[in-house]
Design a protein around this ligand. Structure first.
Ligand SMILES: Nc1ncnc2c1ncn2[C@@H]1O[C@H](COP(=O)(O)OP(=O)(O)OP(=O)(O)O)[C@@H](O)[C@H]1O
Ligand SMILES: [Mg+2]
Length: 238
């Protein structure tokens, strides 16, 4: 369970986020929408510990982790997958996955940990020995998710998983996140592919100029014209 209470954060003296509150429960997929520069990535980075909030708090399973370094958060079950399908390019696919499991205190055997994700993305299994740099953008995104998956976090934050990948791979990648949540993980996704992302989300919220301006169930937001307007640039979000 992730809880964010009245969070404020920014860069140096420049404030970006204003009074953000949200919760993501186990099994839930919550989507963060918003135009370029609205503060979506800043929100995920502040939750994950890469940016120290100036006010407010972040709770993981009811425990206050505000300002705690990201590597400790990762060990405690809060994981951020950055945008741009970042993996270790020189390492093999298998080693990239093993690195993900390294945060686990108990180690755990590769097949048990990685089996389910390799089943969902069988292409990764055929490339376990390939260097990650030889994968396509979409395959690298699958790998970034596999790396996070084997760490078995309780809360997963995922920044624009569709960024820079082939259109055909976007639905399966979002479907993977939906499935993952079904195992009891709390999933918070930033996405600009609103239609497909709303179809896998339970709830969604819109961030404009660092504040939440709209929130509701995915069904409600699908019907809300303001959501479409944001992406057509009609509300001038940045
Ligand atoms: N490292 C940084 N230092 C200073 N300002 C930053 C930094 N990163 C982002 N910003 C600023 O913070 C604001 C929010 O940026 P952020 O990256 O969170 O937006 P975003 O909603 O993720 O946008 P995008 O859709 O382009 O990914 C923007 O005004 C941006 O210029
Ligand atoms: Mg961003």
């Amino acid at each position: 369970m992730l809880e964010v209470r009245n969070l404020h954060a920014g860069y140096g003296r420049v404030p970006v986020l204003h009074d953000i509150s949200l919760t993501v429960g186990p099994g839930e997929v919550v989507l963060v929408l918003g135009g370029n520069g609205a503060g979506k990535s800043t929100l995920l980075r502040s939750i994950a510990g890469f940016i120290k909030p100036t006010r407010g708090s972040v709770l993981l399973g009811g425990r206050d982790i505000t300002g705690q370094p990201p590597e400790i958060n990762a060990r405690e079950g809060l994981r951020l997958v950055l945008d741009g399908h970042r993996v270790f390019p020189e390492l093999s696919v298998a080693d990239n996955i093993r690195l993900g499991a390294a945060v686990r205190a108990d180690g755990g055997d590769f097949e048990t940990l990685a089996g389910p994700v390799l089943e969902f993305f069988p292409i990764l299994r055929t490339k376990l020995k390939s260097a990650a740099r030889d994968l396509s953008g979409g395959q690298q995104q699958m790998l970034a998710l596999a790396q996070a998956f084997v760490a078995r976090p309780a809360v997963l934050l995922c920044d624009e998983p569709s960024l820079g990948i082939a259109q055909a791979l976007i639905p399966p990648i979002l479907e993977f996140l939906r499935n993952w949540a079904r195992q009891g993980v709390a999933v918070l996704i930033v996405e600009q592919q609103i239609d497909v992302a709303l179809s896998v989300a339970d709830r969604a919220l819109v961030v404009e100029r660092g504040a939440i301006t709209l929130a509701g169930t995915a069904e409600e937001l699908k019907q809300d014209r303001r959501v479409q307007d944001i992406y057509l640039g009609l509300t001038g979000t940045s």
